[in-house]
Write a protein that binds this ligand. Structure first.
Ligand code: NAI
Ligand code: MG
Length: 323
């Protein structure tokens, strides 16, 4: 297997090496292809990612991604958005599962549509007005709904939208209900504002959530807070051909360079890579090593600990090697 490794910017460069150590322990035969993309490269060379980079990435089976800084600049388009669209990775799968020290007991997964909505880049900009187009298609809604309905062990699908106000959401909602009915999946629907509320009020009631791109982006940071922070939240961007695995968090400039970023979200993203590539038992080993590291109190400051990124990484790899 050939894995493209894109550490990116800020703490991406600090947490991805830990995830690679984990993968090298679990998949010693895999080939790792490093590609330098992101805002730091943009500042240096005027390009965040080239077409050749995309071609190199396309020659790999999957991608391990860190995080990229995306300052609001006219001439700069986010690398991760470009990759999601160029490689048609339409399902953003974000599991939120409590660990022993999480503030809430939850176990749910958000399926976020990943290629359209307000993120499709259609913006009509003038000095006094900006029109950002929200694109929702039947095709994209169908395929994210199908992915969510196929979630292993699904008990209840919550379809999140704002169809009382937006016609685009009405299409998304109708398609999701149609697919859920055809799949024989129990479903409910919830307006996104009520969802934001209920996620705090009663988070353990949720199982599988399907929603549009922007709503999924916002709700997943909220969900991360329920399990103990962005440092614990992994994700997978899945298409029919390619898949990219990345922590939910960004490049965290406030802590970058201090060696204190929590690498667990990146390591659990590597776990999702192992699951996706059919190495289920190895994926469970990784989960076990993370759980043991947490219960031994080897924690970074975001989780109330005093340890460094490197210490957490060494502990996880040590547990993997002793299994
Ligand atoms: P962020 O996710 O980078 O950070 C939010 C807060 O969580 C910060 O206080 C940070 O220190 C903390 N945090 C995040 N990950 C952590 C970790 N692993 N360990 C400990 N603490 C952690 O979001 P922010 O600050 O809004 O964005 C920073 C930059 O990242 C922006 O340029 C943004 O565009 C970009 N970004 C990139 C993403 C990506 O590449 N997929 C996703 C989200 C943001
Ligand atoms: Mg986000």
């Amino acid at each position: 297997m050939k894995i493209a490794v894109l550490p990116g910017d800020g703490i991406g460069k600090e947490v991805v090496p830990i995830a690679v150590d984990v993968l090298r322990t679990m998949l010693p035969e895999a080939e790792y292809v490093y590609v330098d993309v992101g805002h730091e490269r943009f500042t240096r060379e005027g390009k965040a990612m080239t077409n050749e980079d995309i071609e190199t990435i396309k020659k790999c089976d999957c991608i391990l991604f860190g995080a990229i800084t995306s300052p609001p600049k006219k001439c700069y388009r986010s690398v991760i958005l470009t990759l999601r669209q160029a490689l048609d990775m339409y399902a953003n799968v974000r599991p939120f599962k409590s660990c022993s020290i999480s503030p809430y007991k939850v176990d749910f997964t958000i399926y976020r549509e990943n290629c359209e909505d307000l993120y499709c880049g259609m913006e009509d900009v003038s000095d006094d007005q900006v029109l950002s187009t929200r694109k929702i298609t039947r095709h994209a809604s169908e395929r994210i709904a199908r992915k969510a309905c196929g979630h292993p062990g699904l008990e209840m699908l919550t379809i999140v939208h704002k169809a009382n106000v937006l016609r685009s959401c009405e299409l998304f909602r109708d398609v999701c209900i149609d697919i859920a009915k055809k799949a024989g999946v129990p479903y409910e629907e919830m307006l996104v504002d009520a969802m934001a509320y209920n996620l705090i009020r009663n988070p353990s009631r949720f199982d599988v959530i399907v929603t549009t791109n922007l709503f999924g982006d916002i709700l997943s940071d909220e969900a991360a807070a329920l399990i103990g922070g962005l440092g614990l939240s992994p994700s997978a961007n899945i298409g029919d051909r390619y898949a990219l695995f990345e922590p939910v968090h960004g490049s965290a400039p406030d802590i970058a360079g201090k060696g204190i970023a929590n690498p667990i979200a990146a390591v659990l993203s590597a776990k999702m890579l192992l699951e996706w590539s059919g190495h289920r038992a190895k994926a469970e080993f990784v989960q076990g090593a993370v759980d043991r590291t947490i219960s031994n109190g080897i924690l970074t400051p975001d989780m109330g600990g005093k340890f460094k990124t490197e210490d957490v990484g060494l502990s996880i790899v040590k547990h993997l090697e002793s299994q």
